[in-house]
Write a protein that binds this ligand. Structure first.
Ligand code: SF4
Length: 235
């Protein structure tokens, strides 16, 4: 049975805000609705949340749920990566739509750098990711999808996530099943795990859903399941 990706990967929004300006941005809508910051177009850093990394129980943490890694200030990146180095129990996941703006490297192995590709015109971002960010692991998220990305160069990509636009935006993009199957085939041909997000369920049907994590994230998830079964007093 398919699951919500948020049950496997938790958001930790150390930075809130982004000035890339995607029309379909759900983070902007939520930040404005709940008045989380004054101006979503001005990314803000919340260093107080770094203490949450010190939790001993491992988590798969998505750090760019309300921001874009390319628009983080270098000083923020430095401080956050230093905290990550002190807390190797977690897997850390990042996404960007502007890999060409970054020049970044890390020696940490539990870091996942990814690009979002939403159309055939944006597949070049995958090469930009490989060129501009060194170290860790690479992944690609295809969501939302406005057309068929076609044949994609997935060399070195260790995880592929596919979704469709969520929310109630007028004229929102709907991912075509054939695009999902094509991307899945390409990833599977090279042994790369594929995760179809839960919103694809009504489009594909349960039998077609594939939800795989890379082994390192899978290990964390298995550990989480084990401690979730423990009585609260043992936390
Ligand atoms: S890059 Fe992400 S956070 Fe930034 S506007 Fe686009 S969807 Fe929103």
């Amino acid at each position: 049975m398919s699951v919500c990706i948020k049950s496997l990967i938790q958001n930790l929004n150390l930075v809130i805000g982004c000035n890339i300006g995607c029309s379909y941005c759900y983070a902007r809508t939520n930040v404005r609705r709940f008045h989380m910051t004054e101006d979503f177009a001005k990314p803000e850093y919340f260093p107080g949340k770094l203490r949450l990394l010190a939790r001993p129980r491992p988590q798969n943490l998505f750090l760019t749920g309300m921001s874009d890694f390319a628009r983080w200030a270098p000083a923020w990146r430095e401080e956050i990566f230093a905290a990550m180095a002190r807390n190797p129990q977690h897997q850390y996941i990042f996404l960007t739509k502007r890999p060409e703006e970054i020049s970044f490297s890390t020696t940490l192995d539990n870091v996942w750098f990814g690009v979002t590709v939403t159309s055939s015109r944006e597949t070049g971002r995958i090469q930009a990711l490989r060129e501009h960010i060194r170290g860790g692991h690479y992944h690609v998220t295809f969501e939302p999808l406005f057309d068929d990305p076609g044949q994609v160069d997935l060399a070195g990509i260790e995880w592929v996530v596919i979704g469709t636009e969520t929310g109630r935006r007028k004229g929102k993009a709907v991912t075509h099943p054939a695009w999902v199957h094509s991307l899945t085939r390409q990833a599977q041909n090279q042994g790369t795990p594929v995760f179809m997000k839960e919103d694809l369920l009504p489009i594909l049907g349960e039998e077609q859903m594939i939800q795989q994590l890379p082994p390192a994230m899978d290990r964390v998830w298995e550990e989480q399941k084990a401690w979730q079964k423990q009585p609260k007093t043992e936390f």
